[in-house]
Design a protein around this ligand. Structure first.
Ligand SMILES: Nc1ncnc2c1ncn2[C@@H]1O[C@H](COP(=O)(O)OP(=O)(O)OP(=O)(O)O)[C@@H](O)[C@H]1O
Length: 244
């Protein structure tokens, strides 16, 4: 479970996020939704420990980064929007590095990796350098590395752009498998129809603050729109911004 309490933070002393509170319960998929510049990436950078909060707390299974940095990092698997790969490492070495970083059992992890590599049609590329792959292939490498871990929290930043439709489908299957196994999943996306279909709840971020959190029914009530789609709610939230 991810629990964000009164998080104020950003870059240097400029607080982009103000008193952000939300949770991603076990066994659930939460969509992180908001306009460009609302603070989605900044929130994710705080969760993975790239930025330090000015105030507030971020707990993953009750532990903060300061309690035990290694355990905190091992509890999180992150698939960034822009793949981050090591130019000097082969695909095989990226997987070996993940196994080391997450202290995984080598045999079990490689069995999972081989299954995922075949799914994403990368199984004949183990000796290649992913730094030279296409953007979608690079994203698939990040997905394979994330999904061989036993992380309890999966953070996936804009998964639906850059991947081919087959890969999006396969990724969503993997996300649902992890959810069924008890993991928490936070997905940041602008693709509202897919988010509506797959996420259990949504966190609506607006100008660095949480405007609302809940399932579609709760959000429909909060925005006073009967049977609203996520798209309807998003539009209503944007219009509030225009009036403010
Ligand atoms: N490296 C940075 N230094 C200073 N300010 C930044 C930095 N990155 C982002 N910001 C600012 O923080 C605010 C939130 O940006 P953020 O990238 O978190 O938005 P986002 O919701 O992820 O947007 P998008 O949908 O465009 O990806 C913006 O005002 C942005 O200008």
């Amino acid at each position: 479970m991810l629990d964000i309490q009164q998080l104020t933070g950003g870059y240097g002393t400029v607080p982009v996020l103000q008193n952000v509170n939300f949770t991603v319960p076990d066994q659930s998929i939460v969509g992180l939704i908001g306009l460009n510049g609302a603070g989605k990436s900044t929130t994710i950078k705080h969760i993975i420990g790239l930025l330090k909060p000015l105030s507030g707390k971020i707990l993953v299974n009750g532990q903060s980064l300061d309690d035990d940095a290694n355990a905190y990092h091992q509890a999180i698997a992150y698939v960034p929007e822009t793949p981050v790969l090591y130019p000097e490492l082969t695909l095989q070495e990226h997987i070996d590095l993940t196994i080391m970083a997450y202290d995984l059992d080598k045999k079990t992890a490689w069995a999972k990796a081989n299954e995922l590599l075949a799914k994403f049609r990368l199984d004949n590329k183990l000796a290649w350098f992913p730094d030279n792959f296409s953007k979608g292939m690079k994203q698939k490498v990040m997905i394979v590395c994330a999904f061989i871990t036993d992380a309890q929290l999966f953070i996936i930043d804009e998964p639906f752009t850059g991947l081919d439709p087959l890969a999006v489908h396969d990724l969503l299957d993997l996300v649902q498998e992890k959810k069924a196994a008890g993991a928490s999943v936070l997905m940041s996306t602008h693709i509202l129809a897919t988010a509506q279909q797959y996420a259990d709840e949504f966190v609506l971020l607006k100008a660095g603050q949480v405007r609302a959190q809940g399932d579609l029914e709760t959000l429909s009530d909060k925005f006073g729109i009967a049977n609203a789609s996520l798209d309807d709610i998003y539009m209503a939230m944007s219009e509030e911004g225009a009036q403010a």
